[in-house]
Ligand binder design. Structure first.
Ligand code: BG6
Length: 478
């Protein structure tokens, strides 16, 4: 299967925070790959902006260095660097802004705010004051989008003062992952699943986003966020929305986001005994507290919870969500656990068998459906569960082994003006409205997260959360 490259018209993309970690690790490599694929036309300009320290030549050298790991073909690299420019600017000062506008075309101009959210307001104001906001202008903002409902509302207000909602692209990079988009294709492109996709047939749903890495160098940010704000409020919430939402009438931005918003608004408050917080503990060379240099921090690096969506489709079907760092493997999977058949014609001895649809987001993207069959050979009717396995790499050929990085898709969507895979302001606020009371509850109770060993599946209490309901987590496998 050959990937299709849809050409775009020349554009200007300004990356504020152009020398930062995200720009070097994600944004520039994504743009480079799109350029190498022939999608970035001649005449497109990518302008890195930072406070100081570079000119165009040294900036190109810096970015070329970040692209080394890409095994960049020199010819592709040369073509990409030709489109790259640099501008020194301080978001909080007036100098330099007029220079930014020089050479900008009349077409799409995108401003990527890859900077601390504290600067979003100043950037939006200066762009406006210097006449850089044209009807074709758009901004891209990174998470964290606020720290709670109040700060998210304040951010939305600041941005809305200068940009229309259809000019604001709030990134949740999980939405750009190939298999996350596939969730919608599987649900709404097939007749097979949708009739069974409700509380009558689904016993429960498990969403796991497990990471094997720790917080690394991001301790300062993470210790103020924790797994609830860093992962649950956004990435897992988005997965929950896509798995639970009603079919939108069209695959268009507002139709999709309206349906996701309804899911978030239908979520019940989470009961304190339906949530488990964990923190990876001091062990041999591995401990969160030592990593962030605070022996008393109570920030969670793991959360598991049971959520309920109060609507006709899902009343009575629990959703179990868990995410954590330094777990046994990097593995993001959604498991749709179907109910047992209502009556077994094979008798008690055949045991209980239920179908499981597993959607593996990463690594090894693919879908597995566990079905029950007869164990081959004589000896009576013995039932066994086998997977119907569809690894996308196997099914679609080796060229699909490494699907494009989420940022490639999302940045090109910004240029194309497609907001379907971006969060709308009201969606983000609704997600905070659900998250805030959980965090407030922990603070009020002085909750201390349960320690868990690095390389484990998380705290034992998370197993209990399931066990109490007569269920258990599926394994976390690489
Ligand atoms: C980020 C979080 O949004 O997502 C990180 O801030 C996390 O803490 C990362 O590690 C996980 O992304 P991915 O694409 O590696 O699953």
């Amino acid at each position: 299967m050959v990937s299709r490259v849809i050409p775009v018209d020349p554009f200007d993309l300004v990356v504020f925070g152009g020398t930062g970690d995200l720009a070097r690790r994600k944004i520039m490599p994504a743009l480079f790959r799109r350029c190498a694929a022939g999608q970035i036309p001649d005449g497109a300009r990518i302008i890195g902006v930072a406070r100081h320290g570079h000119d165009a030549e040294s900036y190109r050298a810096l970015i070329a260095e970040s692209l080394r790991g890409e095994g960049a073909d020199p010819c592709h690299l040369e073509g990409f660097l030709r489109r790259l420019e640099y501008q020194s600017l301080d978001a909080t000062r007036s100098e330099g802004w007029d220079g930014l506008g020089i050479g900008m075309g009349q077409g799409v101009r995108a401003f990527y705010f890859s900077v601390s959210p504290d600067l979003f307001g100043a950037l939006a104001e200066r762009l406006h004051a210097h006449g850089l906001v044209t009807p074709e202008a758009r901004i891209v903002v990174e998470k964290p989008f606020g720290h709670d409902l109040e700060s998210a509302r304040a951010l939305n207000r600041v941005l809305a003062a200068h940009f229309r909602e259809d000019q604001i692209y709030r990134i949740d990079h999980y939405l750009g992952k190939e298999t996350v988009q596939n969730l919608m294709a599987v649900r709404f492109g097939n007749m097979l699943f949708e009739p069974l996709w409700n509380s009558q047939y689904v016993d429960h749903i498990q969403i796991t986003v497990a990471e094997s890495v720790g917080v690394g160098a991001r301790g300062a940010y993470y210790d103020h966020a924790g797994a609830m704000r860093d992962m649950m409020q956004n990435h897992l919430m988005q997965l929950l929305c896509l798995i639970a939402m009603e079919p939108p009438a069209k695959f268009d931005p507002d139709a999709v986001r309206d349906e996701k918003l309804k899911v978030i608004r239908a979520l019940d408050a989470v009961k304190p005994h339906h949530i488990v917080r964990g923190q990876y503990a001091d062990g041999e060379g591995c401990g969160y507290r030592a990593e962030v240099g605070d022996p008393r921090t109570t920030t969670e690096t793991y959360v598991a919870l049971r959520a309920h969506i109060s609507n006709w489709r899902w009343a009575g079907t629990p959703f179990y969500l868990r995410t954590g760092k330094r777990l046994v493997a990097r593995s993001s999977v959604i498991n749709v656990m179907f109910k047992d058949a209502p009556h077994s014609i094979f008798g008690e001895e055949a045991g209980r068998h239920a179908n499981v649809l597993s959607i593996r987001l990463q690594p090894n993207e693919g879908i597995t459906l566990k079905v029950t069959i007869k164990e081959p050979g004589p000896g009576g009717m013995r039932l066994v569960d086998v997977p119907l396995d569809m690894s996308f790499a196997k099914a679609l050929g080796p060229e699909n082994q490494n699907p494009p990085d989420a940022y490639e898709r999302l940045i090109m969507d910004v240029i194309r003006g497609n907001q379907t895979l971006f969060m709308r302001g009201d969606e983000v606020e609704a997600a905070w409205a659900w998250t805030d009371p959980i965090i407030a509850g922990w603070q009020a109770r002085g909750d201390v997260p349960k320690p868990y060993e690095c390389g484990s599946t998380g705290p034992g209490d998370a197993e209990l959360l399931m066990k109490r309901d007569g269920r258990r987590w599926q394994g976390i496998n690489p």
